[in-house]
Unconditional design. Structure first.
Length: 200
């Protein structure tokens, strides 16, 4: 599955880098930045960083940022923006424990099967310092449910998705984190679940 995802995102890297972010995504990002500033967070890891648009935003807002993505093409685009970027998948984030004040994961953990999500959340928990913040944003709930390829996916090869109900997603999160905020943006096939979590 990792090889398939890597190929899909390698092939779409330039297109995704040239696509402007929708206003609601900009608002989600800005709200998390506000929480980081309120919490005195200075060092952030973005996982599933894609072409680095969000990482560059956080860096330009004064944070020390590290970007990680499984796609070499995406990481090349991050580095072209002057970011400290690494080719890594979610289970092999090779950083010291407690080395980040915050982790940002926008629309990447929806590619993780339910059976593997607890292990990845444990990795994030380990990388965060106590009190650190974790933004976990995914599409899911409502009409979006189940695991497998998504009909109409515009990537080749088609990507794997795991869509979770609201309570299911929060239950995964509660195993290791405190829920600071949960809300939903949009509906139907664009229903987005936004969680801000804190490591106790």
């Amino acid at each position: 599955m990792i090889d398939s995802l890597r190929a899909a995102y390698d092939g779409s890297a330039a297109r995704r880098d040239g696509t402007a972010k929708t206003p609601w995504k900009l608002a989600e990002r800005a709200a998390f930045l506000g929480r980081l500033r309120d919490g005195g967070c200075g060092r952030l890891l973005e996982i599933g960083a894609g072409p680095g648009q969000d990482s560059a935003y956080f860096r330009d807002s004064g944070l020390e940022v590290v970007a990680a993505d499984l796609s070499p093409e995406m990481v090349a685009l991050c580095r072209a923006k002057g970011l400290d970027a690494h080719v890594m998948d979610f289970l092999r984030l090779d950083f010291p424990p407690g080395s980040f004040d915050a982790v940002y994961a926008l629309n990447c953990l929806l590619h993780v099967p339910d059976r593997e999500l607890p292990a990845i959340l444990d990795v994030v928990h380990t990388l965060l310092r106590p009190g650190g913040l974790f933004f976990l944003g995914v599409y899911g709930g409502g009409v979006l449910s189940g695991e497998g390829p998504f009909d109409g996916d515009d990537h080749q090869p088609p990507r794997f998705f795991s869509f979770r109900g609201d309570e299911q997603l929060k239950e995964f999160a509660r195993q290791l984190f405190e829920i600071v905020d949960f809300h939903v943006v949009g509906s139907d096939e664009l229903r987005f679940q936004s969680l801000t979590l804190r490591r106790p």
